[in-house]
Design a protein. Structure first.
Length: 71
């Protein structure tokens, strides 16, 4: 009985860079600047991102846990 060679695993798809859910700005490639971005999970487990400028503008709304539709 001969063993069949296993086919190679397909290469993973590149993950697109996150963008700000408010203004659409793409996240910086600089790792230090990327630390200032804010991530948020919705009730269904979806992940969204806010750039530092939008997060700074809406910090009270975020801390008050207001729905994004109120911003």
């Amino acid at each position: 009985m001969t063993s069949q060679p296993t086919p190679p695993m397909p290469a993973p798809m590149p993950t697109p860079a996150p963008t700000c859910s408010r203004c659409g700005r793409p996240r910086d490639t600089d790792q230090l600047a990327a630390l200032a971005w804010v991530s948020e999970r919705d009730e269904r487990g979806g992940l969204s991102w806010l750039c530092p400028d939008c997060a700074r503008t809406h910090v009270r709304d975020i801390e008050g846990k207001l729905d994004q539709s109120w911003w």
